[in-house]
Design a protein around this ligand. Sequence first.
Ligand SMILES: Nc1ncnc2c1ncn2[C@@H]1O[C@H](COP(=O)(O)OP(=O)(O)OP(=O)(O)O)[C@@H](O)[C@H]1O
Length: 288
Amino acid sequence: MQPIIELRDVGLRYADRLVLDQINIHLHHGQFAALVGPSGAGKTSLLRLILGLHTPSRGQILIHGKHPVDGQVPTIAYVPQLETVDWNFPVTVEQVVAMGLVRQGNPWPWLRNHERQAVQAVLAQLEIEHLAQQHIRNLSGGQQQRVFLARALVAKPAMLVLDEPTTGIDPRVAETILHLLADLNQQGMTILMTTHDLNSAANHVPWIICLNQTIVAQGTPEAVFTPIVLEQTYHSEMVVVQHEGMLLIQQRPHGHSYRDLIPNPVIGEVLNPAMENPIEPAFRTAEL
Ligand SMILES: Nc1ncnc2c1ncn2[C@@H]1O[C@H](COP(=O)(O)OP(=O)(O)OP(=O)(O)O)[C@@H](O)[C@H]1O
């Protein structure tokens, strides 16, 4: 089956600075993937490449097997980081969601009936229809995230791309947003999100892409969330434990060894053979 998105040996430079290198990713219909990596790893830059907002310095990006034309990628909807939004802009929830509609042939600022119905339907789907006339500034972080999710969904995209959807909201609300994304994925939506929350990604997202300028590893959480892959990604020692069926990931405290902290080291093996120091197969992890 043809991937929705395919990146072939993609590189990106800002001026003379290499930000992304040798990026190879396939995302198929129905996948739910998280892009993780430290600040400055190039996660947002990679999303912007996929959205057609940057041109790769090398390699190819194919959407449904084709090159995006003129930066237009109509079937992929974007949910921005909340902190990049101007909350003083005078708009209601309904107006924000309507911005997601492709409003061909309607130059007026008010909505036609079918447009209002589409907005109402997506607000109901995300259980925020009661907020339609509220100013966006007056909402909680979780409600704001749902509004921008609604704006993305109203255009009926083939795929959602979200930049840090759980940043800046409390852990309980972040959990509900991840459940919402998992529900959308169950209904067939393909999703790619960036996150700094490794524990949520490990326990809610079935496919993980570890990035630090290049792809360090990609695979299931159990396969890629290993101390070695995490150290290669973050350049910092991490502890991975399994507890009651969950993966728990934490920065390694100073003065402890893995032997003290990990009763059952987790095993991983989906690695990037192109890396300078290819990561050893997983069974080596247990020897640390
Ligand atoms: N438009 C730009 N021009 C020049 N450099 C940029 C530009 N955008 C990003 N960068 C640089 O490229 C690198 C990757 O940035 P990017 O925002 O993609 O990282 P990130 O992984 O999303 O980081 P974070 O987790 O902090 O959001 C950073 O060093 C950043 O300073």
